[in-house]
Design a protein around this ligand. Sequence first.
Ligand SMILES: Nc1ncnc2c1ncn2[C@@H]1O[C@H](COP(=O)(O)OP(=O)(O)O)[C@@H](O)[C@H]1O
Ligand SMILES: [Mg+2]
Length: 159
Amino acid sequence: MTISPQPIQTLLEMRDISKTFGVTKALSGVSLTVYPGEVHALMGENGAGKSTLMKILSGAYTADPGGAVVINGQPVTLSDPLKAKAHGIAVIYQELSLAPNLTVAQNMFLGNEPSRFGLTDRAEMRRRAEPILRQLGIGFDSGRRVADLSLGERQMGAR
Ligand SMILES: Nc1ncnc2c1ncn2[C@@H]1O[C@H](COP(=O)(O)OP(=O)(O)O)[C@@H](O)[C@H]1O
Ligand SMILES: [Mg+2]
């Protein structure tokens, strides 16, 4: 009897990923394989395409046709960040795009504020923000000013 070792399934495979921006070829046939438990560092000079590859993985950009992303052995379509999130992919950005002088709730609804009689409805904003924070396991209040939060707290809110 021969015992053949079980092949370990990959957690993530990005195969032959290309991305073109106009005349710029940001990525050309890039592949990345990640096995369970691995930690990878993606390194390269400025403009090498690191951010572009991660944006494709997180659904922010769509890759050129021809490549594939495979998660747990299944090919997936990461057409938007919510789809990527459903597959367990989230990006924690080093640089945060938060408005420090506004509250957590105000940042959450920036550009999409609930209004009442043409004015921003702050109470409604907080009412809607609270369950979202609880769902994310965030303990702090949505009325906190972002400038008063720690960097770690701000990153939680940026997920
Ligand atoms: N939205 C974009 N529009 C046009 N060109 C872009 C865009 N994003 C990135 N690029 C170009 O793609 C290449 C890779 O950029 P990027 O992924 O940001 O590299 P890195 O993160 O490794 O510094 C660069 O030449 C950059 O100028
Ligand atoms: Mg970058």
